[in-house]
Design a protein around this ligand. Sequence first.
Ligand SMILES: O=C(O)CCC(=O)C(=O)O
Length: 251
Amino acid sequence: MHLTPEQKAFYDENGYVLIPGLFTPEEAAAYRAEVHAIDARQGETNATWASVKGDTAIAHSHDVHFKSGAFTRLLTDARLTGIAQDIIGPNVQLHHTKMFIKPPERGSPFPMHQDYPYFPHRDHSMIAVILHFDDAPEEKGCLCAYPGSHKLGPLPAEGADHHVSQTDFPFDGATTVPAKAGDAIFFNYLTVHGSGINRSDEARTTLLIQLRDPADPQLNNRHASRGQGMMLAGIDPTIGEFKFAWENGDA
Ligand SMILES: O=C(O)CCC(=O)C(=O)O
């Protein structure tokens, strides 16, 4: 699967693009079950950001491809990697994965932020893909974005959560991007984005995958994760002399 010229132009202009039906409703339902099964196996979690901590909650897990083989297979699905290549280029490398379940009626919001401050890269090739495994209408706390904000470059980050100024980028000023089960949203890590509270009576279940060009070096040492550096499409042109993993200090 590839972006149409219109979708690519929309992405370049706005810093995000919604791809309807990247997966079938049946596939989305199967992935949804895998996410909820990981949640049940690992016990209670809550990834609510410090700046919005209250009576809301959001279950999460990182590195889901180390928890279910279904997600390892998903990472190299040509529908996903084909679109990632249209945005990043021929070589697509995994940075990390994280699943989220916003529970009914009290699913935590994400304040407006760029992903950049968490894992800055020299060339800003990093993108996120949010795969929706159930419907995410506005009342479920769908993604919201400031169209074109990726062109502003890195913005000042505030507080422990590294969010952007909520005065300059109020939640109400963002464009909502409602999605259906099976839809995907691709966005640049400089695009200002966030999401609202899930006030509906159903969970919102997603997988977020962060991808980059392997030739684009990370500028800090934060946010290492398991499987980081796996090639999902193309090649890693930066590879030098062969070394065993233990010689690299990787194992
Ligand atoms: O899933 C969402 O609503 C947004 C997640 C997000 O922005 C993040 O993890 O950085």
